[in-house]
Each structure stands twice: as C-alpha cells, then as structure tokens.
Design a protein around this ligand. Structure first.
Ligand SMILES: Cc1cc2nc3c(=O)[nH]c(=O)nc-3n(C[C@H](O)[C@H](O)[C@H](O)COP(=O)(O)OP(=O)(O)OC[C@H]3O[C@@H](n4cnc5c(N)ncnc54)[C@H](O)[C@@H]3O)c2cc1C
Length: 555
C-alpha cells in the first residue's frame, strides 16, 4: 500500500543564505512531521507546487520572501493560492517593507508576515508556525476522514448533514450516491439513493438520515447534560455564549453551554474577522471560535451540541430550560446568547430550494463545489462582501447583488477595496432577486433592476443570501420582555419612565444585562440595542458572568 508522504512546508527566497537558514530552522522543529520544500525563485516554487498537486500531495504552509525578481512574494502567494487554497500563507519581509505586507493581508489573505531576521526562532518563528499548522490541521486538511457521508448533490437533508459536520469541524468524506463507492455503501446498508444521507462511521456503522443529535452522538459531541442543576446555563455558543462559558467556568461556576447547531454562531461563518482585538493579520471565525470552545472545555464547562432550547420558566429559585424532546435542565442563572440568524429572501420559488442551491449565510463548505461556476450573492454588508471574496477563489464569476447604488454605505472600506481588486467579482447595484426556479435544485434566478423595473433571468445553481438578521426569540414569549423586533430588553431599557418591569419583585432595578426575569441575562446580538460585533459579544458574555456573581451573592 502507498504511504502518503508528510505534508509540505514550502519556502521560497532568492537569497540562498536566507533560503537555507529558513529551511534549516523549519526542518529542525517540524522535520519529523512535515517535508520542507525549498525553492530559489517564485517560478521554481510554482513548478514544485504544480508537481505536488499532480501527485495528490498536501501543502500546509507557504513562506515567501517579499523582494524577489520577476515575481514578488505577494504575486507568488496569489498564484499559489490557486493550487493550494487551504495552505497557510506567510510573507517574509524586511522592516522597510511592512507596509507592503500589511496590504498583502487583504490582497492574498495573508496569514502572517514575518520580519527578518526571525531569531531566535523559538520566539519569533515557531509560535507563528505552530499556530498556522494547528489551524491548517483543524481545517480538516490532514485528517484522514473516516466518516463518510453518502448523499445527493442537491438533496437538502444531505446538505444539512454535511453542513452540521463541517461547522462542528468534524472531518468527513463526501461520497456521491451515484458514484461507484456511494452505490456500494448504499447497497451494503440495504438502502437506496432515495434514503440519503447515509452516514457510515469509522467502525462501519450505518446511519440512515440521521438527525443532528444522532450525528452529534456518533462523532463524540455530548448531547445530554451530566447534571440536573447548574449555577449557570448559557444558551447559544456564538462569541457571547462562548465568552460567558469561558468566564463562568474559569471562575468556578458549574456551567453548561447549549448549542442547537454548531459552536461559533455567526462568527463561525466568517471567513476572516479583521477587526477583533489582538489579531493584526485577521483570523478566520472558525479558528477563533474553535479556540474559544476548547478554552471553555479546558476550564470545565460542559458543552451540549445539537440541542435547541424551546422554553424558559421561572420555578421559584430555579430557572428551567426545556428542550424540544421535553427534557429539561435547571440552574440558578441563565445567559441568553442566542444571537440572530439570517432573514429569508421572500422571492417566490426560493423557499423550496433552500439547501438545494439557495443558501443562507456563507456556507463556506460549499465553496469548492462552485468551482468554475457562476455564483450569486445577495447583500451589501460585510458578511456578503467577505463571502464574495471567499467564493471568488473557486467560482468562475461572483455576482454581488445589492439594492443600493454602491457598497459605500453598507460595507467597510477595506472590503470594498479588496472587492475592487478582484476581477472575478462583479457588483450589480440597484438589483434584487424576485424569483428562483429549478427542478430538483436551483437552476435560475430572476433579477429586477430597481431603477427601471426591468427583469431578467440568470442561469445559476448557487445563490447565497445575506440580507440582515432577526433574533428568533418567539420561544421566550411571556418569559422575558422583548422589543418590537424580538430583541431581549435588559437593564436600563426595562426601567424607562422609572417603572420596573411588570412582575419584577426584587427591591432593586435589573442589573445592566439582566432581563425582566431576575437571574436571566442577555448578551451579544440577541440583546436589544447591542453592538453587532464579535468583540462586543465576547465582552458582554464576560460581563454577564460578573453580574451572575452579583446576583448569586445577593441570594
Ligand atoms: C458572515 C459574517 C461575518 C461577520 N464578520 C464579522 C467581523 O468581521 N467582525 C465582527 O466584529 N463581527 C462580524 N460579524 C458579526 C458577528 O459574527 C456577530 O456580531 C457575533 O457572532 C454575535 O455573537 P452572538 O454570540 O451574540 O450570536 P451568534 O454568533 O448569532 O450565536 C448565537 C448562537 O446561538 C445558537 N442558538 C440560537 N437559538 C438557540 C436555541 N434556542 N437553543 C440553542 N442554541 C441556540 C445559534 O445556533 C448560534 O450558534 C459577522 C457575521 C457574519 C454572519
């Protein structure tokens, strides 16, 4: 049997002394697990990459010197991205070139720039590479996928299973039902292509159309609480919930974090968060939130996956949260961190095609499937812009449909600049989607020019929608006060006019993030008037925990 060679770390520098030194330092620490490939020009490095690609090998990190003749480091990394888009990218620069390196963060989605000289490597080189290799591995690039999902390209339940696994960073292999291997697995499980998705575990167990909870249990994610009673239940594992869980557990509270879909929330879908404090080169949302998840677990927080909370009751001293299967969990205090989710596009025909060509959110896992095709993205805010940049690496053309005249009012200028530099992205101003159609999957959309009222059809199998979000808090109806749009009211917003909320029995006003039910706090996007940012969500999660302590001390 062929043994797969170690993944490569490629370095390219036209100065032979520097080139040798980088390769030597890298080999010293990573030589047992990675193959170091050294090139002395961008052209030879690209040639080596093409060869590795042809041989089906993997490249984990690309390190390129900025100043090289013919093709500089940024141009090289840009070309290399076409061959190995998942490889992490590092630019080697002299101090004088840091401006170019900072610009490259946007142009080639640079992961890091490393100043020469990098000595001692233990301080300046290895921590950077450790982090990048960890991120590359977490992306599932190296894992031998043992879990196989057999499905149909355009089956919404197949998509849901894949999306669930991808968002929870569980490596799996996607097998089409109409390929030989897929047909064989279906036959072995005694089912047909109508029964997809079929999930085949490493030990050969077959799960036919598993629910997210079944899948979670199979891949080792906990779904039932270990105890009946906690100090703190956190609902929602986006940045706010993760923040609350990290601070709650690290400060000695018995803490359980409940998530219906996948840790990370909206932030987990962000291909690159550029404005989170402490990450000058940006960080992918999945990376950031996966680190937070591990941090919460390390401090002893319990994490329940694929569990949706459907009601909240005040039962004397306890707050009781019920799951959709009727079971429940109780605690002294609760942090509601359920965020928001995308609004649906009301155009006729699209509801039936959700998950079969029409997707809400970026669904980064779908990007490679769009290779060489036309992708339509709806929305003018940063989330749509990030998705356009991300999909432009795979798609033939990305059409960004916006209702406004231009992007300036709704998108950050760094993203507008980035989009302007990418030829494959075309912005369509004053354009809305008014219909979608297709047999078993999306085949075309109807677009309307809002200035002239003219409509036209465009053939596409890919529509990604980012048109604002709503909190989906109906399940809190009658339990806590919400504003007109469903956002949870807290603290001073509850005592407008000097009156405390109806039914409030305590001889004090609600604390700053406290809802109209004492001991129940709201943090992050779900809170009325909150700033919709990762940093503020994390901050509110942490702050909610300090208010939990204050609440518990007064009991
Ligand atoms: C594509 C994209 C890119 C973005 N980029 C940036 C950026 O670059 N910088 C920035 O600052 N912000 C960015 N944002 C915004 C940022 O991600 C959000 O402000 C932040 O994630 C809010 O965190 P949260 O924890 O309040 O809510 P969410 O992230 O919305 O998390 C809420 C979680 O609660 C879960 N949940 C909901 N209801 C229930 C229930 N009943 N039971 C159990 N679980 C439940 C959800 O499944 C979800 O995982 C971006 C958002 C998107 C969508």
């Amino acid at each position: 049997m062929d043994v797969m060679p170690n993944p490569a770390i490629l370095t390219v520098d036209d100065d032979p002394a520097v080139s040798r030194a980088v390769a030597r330092d890298i080999r010293r620490r990573y030589g047992d697990r990675y193959r170091v490939v050294r090139a002395d020009s961008a052209e030879t490095a690209l040639e080596a990459l093409r060869e590795l690609k042809l041989r089906g090998e993997q490249v984990a990190v690309l390190i390129a010197d900025y100043r090289m003749p013919q093709m500089n480091g940024i141009e090289f990394l840009e070309a290399a991205m076409d061959l190995f888009p998942a490889a992490r990218r590092v630019l080697l620069t002299a101090y004088a070139d840091t401006d170019a390196a900072i610009n490259a963060i946007n142009v080639v989605d640079l992961d890091h720039y490393l100043l020469k000289p990098w000595h001692p490597p233990e301080e300046k080189l290895y921590p950077v590479l450790d982090q990048l290799l960890e991120a590359w591995t977490a992306g599932g690039a190296t894992a031998t996928p043992e879990l196989r999902v057999v499905g149909h390209r355009w089956s919404a339940p197949s998509f849901k299973a894949r999306d669930f696994l991808a968002r929870n960073l569980v490596p799996f292999r996607w097998v089409l039902a109409d390929e030989a291997e897929g047909a064989e697995l279906l036959r072995a499980a005694g089912v047909t292509a109508n029964d997809v998705p079929l999930v085949v575990t490493a030990d050969g167990k077959s799960l036919v159309q598993p629910s997210p909870a079944d899948l979670a249990a199979q891949v080792g994610l906990a779904t039932t609480p270990a105890a009946d009673f906690y100090d703190l239940v956190v609902v929602g594992a986006g940045p706010a919930g993760l923040g609350a869980a990290v601070y709650g557990a690290s400060e000695g509270l018995r803490t359980v974090l409940i998530e219906r879909r996948a840790t990370g929330g909206q932030a987990g879908q962000s291909s690159r968060i550029e404005n989170y404090l402490g990450f000058p080169d940006g960080v992918s949302g999945a990376q950031l939130t996966d680190r937070a998840r591990r941090q919460a677990l390390r401090f002893g927080a319990e994490l329940l996956s694929a569990r949706e909370v459907v009601s909240l009751e005040n039962a004397g001293g306890a707050r009781v949260l019920r799951f959709s299967d009727g079971s429940s969990v109780a605690a002294h205090t609760v942090v509601l961190a359920t965020g928001v989710s995308y609004r649906m596009l009301p155009a006729p025909g699209l509801a039936e095609l959700t998950g079969r060509g029409c997707f809400y959110g970026s669904v980064a896992s779908e990007a490679p499937s769009c290779s060489g095709e036309d992708v339509y993205i709806v929305g003018g805010a940063n989330s749509a812009g990030q998705a356009a940049v991300h999909f432009s690496r795979y798609a033939r053309r990305v059409h960004l449909l916006i209702r406004g005249d231009d992007l300036a009012r709704s998108m950050s200028s760094y993203l507008i600049d980035q989009i302007a530099r990418i030829d494959a992205i075309e912005v369509h101003p004053c354009t809305e989607v008014v219909g979608g159609a297709g047999q078993d999957h999306l085949e075309r959309v109807t677009l309307r020019d809002m200035r002239t009222g003219e409509t036209r059809e465009a053939d596409t199998s890919w529509l990604f929608v980012f048109i604002g979000a709503e909190p989906h808090t109906d399940w809190l109806d009658g339990a806590v006060a919400r504003d007109r749009r469903g956002f949870v009211l807290t603290g001073p917003d509850l005592t407008r006019g000097g009156h405390r909320p109806a039914g409030w029995a305590l001889p004090r006003d609600p604390y700053h993030l406290e809802s109209s039910m004492p001991g129940v706090f709201a943090a992050g996007d779900v809170r009325a008037e909150s700033v919709k940012r990762v940093a503020s969500a994390v901050g509110e999660g942490a702050m909610a925990v300090s208010l939990v302590h204050r609440y518990l001390e007064a009991q």
